[in-house]
Design a protein around this ligand. Structure first.
Ligand code: HAM
Length: 419
């Protein structure tokens, strides 16, 4: 049997209502902050991701779906959106038309990770990116937007983790300091961390190995070595969050898995989704646009994992969505009335009703069962003696009330059902 690829999932009709609801909340909240939607292609030139996310990162080093197309170009299915948004921003000179551009997106992403609960190979993110200002107001705004979305979905077990990575100059000095510190315990570090010592020393903080974490307990933290401007901006972000009643904690180990960050970084974790607990992550990337060949333009943004968020909603039972229903189900009492039912259904649908009927010439009992399965608010019976005498019987399935309506008065049915 052919099956969906490992790490990918079908989103079946029974789950769609939750997805659409999430998408609606995302769109409404971003729109209220005047973010505009952007859609970019599913694949890009591989170089875009290598140059932005960083050659040494897990994403670029191990997880990208990369292939050579027939034109011999190396292409990659997008593992994240920030690089694509920045590419589009530069390509279309969007900074020329508007000094501050605020974008949001909802899109599938692809990473060849080891699948487990909360971790897929095709997953979905929504996110926002604000390009054009270094103002820490935007750092706070971005965090507030995602916090509002998550709490708007009824999620309660949330922790905002905040850190600042400073700018590359101060970070380089700190990296040397950290390397010196770790070199003393080099032999006790795990193999992976030892490898990272030269290439990507900061990522050692991400190690899941307990003995590594033990060593790191007395390590110097980057937050204590960042430059003056980063420090001041960080204070502003913290104050704005306090003022907006967003609870947060400082996590000096929060280094994030992508290389483009400067200054503020953050994640929001849920206590309800198991080991893959980050519902979202983001931060500032003031050098990325320039790094990809654009005019120097600061940026800040985040992305959130939609599967994880819906999983958290399920575990916290936070979404109480109404049962889905249809407005009207037409039941035919005579088989030879099929084309009449076909016409009527089209007529009622034109009147903005959600309408269905039986295509399989089933018994009246089976049609009634189907109407109940679809949770039909009304059922319309066509056929029999009533039809012969020029009437249709409309039944309100909630109250059980029935009403006879003249065959020349279909608009009355629309009015009654619409209410
Ligand atoms: P990220 O931390 O790599 O950041 O991903 C953001 C979120 O996407 C994660 O917190 C998680 O919820 C979800 N996610 C990541 N990988 C998977 C996976 N394999 N399966 C399910 N969910 C996953 C970024 O992508 C950056 N572009 C965020 C950003 C935007 N920074 C600035 N602007």
């Amino acid at each position: 049997m052919l099956k969906a690829i490992t790490g990918t999932k079908d989103i079946l009709p029974t789950e769609i209502q939750r997805w659409k609801y999430l998408e609606k909340v995302v769109e409404e909240i971003f729109t209220s902050f005047n973010y505009k939607e952007i859609r970019t292609p599913v694949f890009e030139e591989t170089a875009l991701f290598a140059r932005s996310i960083g050659e040494e990162t897990d994403i670029v080093g191990k997880e990208m779906y990369t292939f050579i197309d027939k034109g011999k170009t190396s292409l990659t299915l997008k593992p994240e959106m920030t690089a694509s948004v920045v590419r589009a921003f530069i390509e279309h000179s969007l900074g020329k038309y508007q000094s501050l551009n605020k974008f949001f997106y909802i899109s599938p992403m692809f990473r060849q990770e080891r699948p487990q609960a909360g971790r897929q190979r095709q997953f979905h993110q929504f996110g926002g990116e604000a390009l054009g200002s270094t103002s820490p107001l935007l750092d706070a705004e971005i965090i507030i937007i995602v916090y509002k979305i998550l709490s708007g979905l009824g999620l309660k077990d949330l922790t905002v983790k905040l850190n600042s990575l400073g700018v590359p100059g101060s970070r380089e000095n700190y990296k040397n300091l950290l390397r010196e510190f770790l070199n003393d315990s080099k032999d006790k570090l795990s193999g992976d961390s030892r490898k990272r010592l030269d290439q990507n020393v900061l990522r050692i903080f991400d190690s899941k190995v307990e003995s590594d974490q033990e060593i790191l307990k007395s390590a110097p933290f980057l937050i204590d070595y960042i430059d003056e401007e980063s420090r001041t901006d960080f204070e502003v972000v913290k104050n704005l969050l306090k003022q907006s009643n967003i609870p947060f904690e400082i996590d000096p180990k929060l280094v994030r898995g992508l290389d483009y960050y400067t200054k503020t970084t953050f994640e929001i974790v849920s206590g309800k989704v198991g080991s893959q607990s980050a519902l979202c992550g983001g931060g500032r990337y003031d050098l990325l646009v320039e790094q990809l060949g654009g005019e120097p333009t600061p940026g800040v943004g985040f992305a959130a994992g939609m599967e994880r968020i819906l999983f958290a909603c399920e575990n916290e039972q936070s979404l109480n969505l109404p049962e889905e229903n249809i407005d009207l189900y037409i039941i035919k009492l005579d088989k030879n009335l099929s084309s009449k039912v076909f016409d009527l259904a089209l007529y009622f649908r034109k009147g903005d009703l959600v309408v269905d009927y039986d295509y399989l010439d089933r018994s009246v009992k089976a049609q009634m069962r189907e109407a109940n399965k679809f949770n039909a608010r009304y059922v319309l019976f066509i056929g029999g003696d009533e039809f012969q005498s020029g009437k249709l019987n409309l039944k309100n399935m909630g109250t059980g009330e029935q009403k006879l309506i003249g065959l020349d008065n279909y608009s009355e049915i629309i009015n009654l059902v619409r209410k």
